[in-house]
Design a protein around this ligand. Structure first.
Ligand SMILES: OC[C@H]1O[C@](O)(CO)[C@@H](O)[C@@H]1O
Length: 423
């Protein structure tokens, strides 16, 4: 029987069999890059509140002691530059690596770029899981960051180039879907490992070994083009859009939640386990909401998703800020149980909005707006902007929380207004 042919108006016909084959390849590649990146994001929030980890790596005056016995403001217990550097170092490395990766990607193609990413992840796992001092752990995080820089450069481009036009959005968003799944897996492992003493935190990194080996051999194609063309005036609009999408994505405050949700939930009154469990819940909401994006993106269009989410995120950030502000006037600044639950629901609504819009479209749109000749170079700017601003949030959030307290949520809300106008 002849294979069915699917074709839209003015498009090349696609064979159904080939479409399925391509879709499967795309999902595997998306899983490769997304899971490793997502796991890296999710893992840092758990260890940040694990007592064994804090005692071992953050010597006097320890974050642990402040957490247990400190009489200072709740909002400042985790304000420690090294603790923030532990999270943020990965993104600084990824920022630098993404530019190198874009050259490797142009010269040798997507496949070697992805293989190099795997190698970095693998080396990083050995150092972080076996770490005996904070320097080893941070070098391990830097190697993971190089893996992220290489993987994030090659994977979304590969997906958009290979996917049939009609389902390009949906297939590309599989990358973000696997990021969210990676975060959720890390949240679950965090919750489970927090009760294994004293080395539970090592499991978190050792599990990553497995993922990188499974994904170490994948395929790709190559497009060779330099940065020079990108600097021409004609390239400016897509370049600005690609960069700003990523900058705005980070200034929604999503990674304040992804990295520090357990810290945040503890700050407002949850115990350690409840805080980790709440992070699992927000992680699950993140995954499920990304499916909404996969379903809607090629039907509703990009712009409507971006705008709708701005309204949702603005309201949730504003209300969270309002609740915390009201409570700062009380003596211990802890929220009542009901209020904490309400804050968790608002955080979930916020994550939902981000997941079906700026989260997934931040990768999709930059991978489809550049012409072939400037695509790898242009995309490198998108990846590195994401990494730069992820780094800034990771490095600054705990200090900002300490100094701005509830005001931090109004800060993010103000950025959401700017994003809406930009859209
Ligand atoms: O799902 C949330 C995650 O997705 C990203 O925005 C990447 O697109 C990360 O920075 C964030 O941690």
């Amino acid at each position: 029987m002849a294979p069915a042919i699917v074709a839209g108006k003015g498009e090349m016909p696609e064979f159904e069999g080939r479409t399925i084959y391509v879709a499967v390849i795309c999902v595997i590649i998306a899983a490769f890059g997304g899971l490793m990146f997502g796991y890296d994001i999710g893992i840092s929030d758990g260890v940040t509140v694990m007592d064994d980890f804090l005692k071992k790596f953050f010597p006097r005056p320890t974050v642990y002691e402040r957490k247990q016995y400190g009489h200072e403001n709740n909002y400042c217990k985790y304000d420690n530059q090294y603790l923030q550097l532990f999270t943020s170092s990965l993104y600084l490395a990824a920022l630098v690596a993404s530019f190198i990766a874009s050259m490797v990607c142009s010269k040798t193609g997507r496949k070697p770029t992805m293989q190099i990413a795997s190698l970095f992840f693998l080396l990083g796992v050995f150092l972080t899981a076996g770490g005996t001092n904070i320097e080893m752990v941070i070098i391990g995080r830097i190697l993971h960051g190089c893996g992220v820089g290489f993987g994030n450069q090659a994977v979304p481009l590969f997906l958009s180039e290979l996917a049939p036009t009609k389902i390009r959005g949906a297939l590309n968003i599989c990358f973000q879907l696997f990021i969210t799944i990676g975060i959720l897996i890390a949240n679950l492992v965090n919750y489970w490992a927090s009760n294994i003493h004293p080395n539970g935190w090592r499991f978190l990194w050792a599990l990553q070994e497995f993922d990188s080996i499974v994904n170490a051999c994948e395929m790709a194609r190559q497009v060779k083009q330099p940065f020079k063309k990108l600097m021409e005036p004609a390239s400016r609009p897509p370049l600005v859009i690609a960069i700003m999408l990523q900058v705005f994505q980070q200034f929604t405050g999503i990674n304040a939640i992804m990295f520090y949700a357990p810290v945040l939930f503890q700050t407002v009154g949850f115990g350690s386990d409840a805080a980790l469990l709440s992070a699992v819940i927000t992680g699950a909401i993140n995954v499920l909401s990304t499916f909404v994006s996969i379903y809607l993106v090629d039907k509703a269009g990009r712009k409507i998703l971006l705008l709708q989410a701005c309204v949702q995120m603005l309201l949730t950030q504003g209300i969270i800020g309002g609740i915390l502000m009201k409570n700062l006037k009380t003596t211990d600044s802890y929220l009542s149980h009901g209020e904490v639950m309400f804050v968790v629901i608002l955080v979930c609504l916020f994550v939902m909005g981000l997941a079906w819009s700026w989260g997934s479209l931040g990768w999709l749109i930059p991978s489809e707006i550049f012409p072939l000749e400037t695509r790898t170079a242009g995309f490198a700017f998108a990846v590195s902007s994401n990494m730069l601003f992820t780094f800034i949030i990771a490095q600054a959030f705990l200090s900002m929380l300490c100094h701005m307290q509830a005001g931090i949520f109004f800060f993010f809300a103000a950025w959401i207004v700017v994003m809406g106008l930009f859209t």
